[in-house]
Design a protein around this ligand. Structure first.
Ligand code: SF4
Length: 394
């Protein structure tokens, strides 16, 4: 059978650092030529190892990929097609910040082969965008979104957030309504996390955050409202119109192979999990000088059979279709129901999980506290689980 691969390219630049953001990105950088040349070298390095694979999904994320000058982005895309066997039917996504695209740049991205855009909006309420220190307002987003539709993008995702300082269920409802009226094909909805090392973390006691119960009510409301508008939840934070699940992200959740290029990118390739350090200068120095002994790997390990079982459980249960016990038995020759008899009974009795047609899956209540529940199924350390999850969120 043909081997398939997803490619992720991390573009770690932003115009401005949002106060809540923990993704690796830097501002005030201008040596884009050197950076893209380094990424092209990395693509060349991997082209031999991936020659037996067909790349059927590509995801350019960040940071803000649209901050990279278009000429450089087109060179990168050209490099992708030169170094990898890209399928004709590739799902090719690029993340875009609403304030950083124009009709001209969108046309160029489209012509170069990008066929899916993912806009980071977060909220349709300008005060909430201000609280998050986003660089755009809602009207600017709508303008960019309409431009993208006008130049022919037929597959668009919009990222939203709940649990924003000052947000209420009513204001979240307003955001969902406005966004659904635009008829995107996919919506991602993440709860705000206060991550260590961010400006939000420093001032967390002064932030006007919704309490836990209100946050849960927001999540529940959003799941119901989105279903009412035809966006089916297929993962804890992801909702799609029929036929528009994100094929690239599905690779993460179904344990398929993907290769991440660029600083801070994560990979699962040939049974190795590895990621690169969060440093643009180190990334460029290490790859330019082939004999350099700079180690850019943050982590690198072979996945053991036990870890594969843990990963499978952790990733499959994020999907609304859940974990199929027959498939689990076929893959690992183990009985999931027996392995976790006590835990499963507890979660089912308390309304966090259900079992139907051979599948265990989370209820909405379970999804909301999935991180905790999943940790009780896993044998590997929580730091490792966190690293895998971090790799997946981009
Ligand atoms: S949220 Fe997006 S735009 Fe804001 S700093 Fe992070 S990567 Fe950049």
């Amino acid at each position: 059978m043909e081997k398939r691969l997803g490619l992720y390219i991390h573009i770690p630049f932003c115009e401005h650092k949002c106060d809540y953001c923990d993704f690796y990105s830097i501002t005030k950088f201008d040596d884009y030529v050197r950076f893209t040349d380094t990424l092209l070298l990395q693509m060349e390095d991997f082209s031999e190892k991936t020659k037996d694979y067909v790349v059927d999904t590509i995801y350019i994320g960040g940071g803000t990929p649209t901050v990279l000058p278009v000429k450089r982005m087109l060179e990168l895309i050209d490099g992708l097609y030169r170094n990898f066997n890209v399928s004709e039917n590739v799902e090719f996504t690029m993340e875009a910040n609403p304030a950083t695209v124009t009709k001209k740049t969108l046309k160029k991205y489209k012509k170069a082969g990008i066929n899916r855009l993912s806009f980071g909006l977060q909220s349709a309420v300008d005060e909430e965008l201000g609280a998050l220190s986003r660089i755009h307002n809602f009207d600017e987003f709508v303008e960019s979104y309409n431009l993208a539709r006008n130049v022919g993008f037929e597959n668009i995702n919009i990222d939203l957030m709940y649990g924003i300082p000052g947000q209420t269920q009513r204001s979240l409802g307003h955001t969902l309504e406005q966004v659904c009226d635009l008829e995107p094909n996919h919506i991602s909805l993440y709860g705000l996390k206060i991550e260590e090392g961010t400006p939000f973390f420093k001032k967390k006691d002064r932030l006007e955050l919704p309490d836990e119960d209100t946050e849960f009510e927001m999540y529940k409301y959003a799941v119901d409202y989105l279903a009412f508008r035809g966006f089916w939840q297929y993962e804890i934070s992801n909702f799609a119109k029929d036929g528009f699940k994100c094929r690239h992200n599905m690779k993460y959740w179904t344990c398929r192979e993907y290769l991440g290029l660029g600083p801070a990118a994560h990979s699962y390739f040939m049974n190795q999990r590895f990621s690169y350090k969060r440093s643009v200068p180190m990334f460029m120095d290490a790859l330019e000088y082939v004999n350099s002994d700079i180690d850019i790997l943050e982590e690198n390990y072979t996945v053991t059979p036990e870890e594969r079982v843990d990963e499978y459980i952790m990733l499959r249960l994020r999907l609304t279709e859940g974990l199929n016990v027959n498939e689990f038995k076929y893959n690992f020759n183990k009985d999931f129901s027996q392995m976790f008899e006590k835990e499963l009974k507890l979660y089912i009795d308390n309304g966090f999980m259900e079992f139907k047609n051979g599948h265990y899956y989370f209820t909405i209540k379970g999804m909301y506290v999935s991180n905790y529940i999943l940790s009780t199924f896993l044998t590997f350390d929580s730091e490792m689980a966190k690293n895998i999850a971090n790799g997946l969120d981009k």
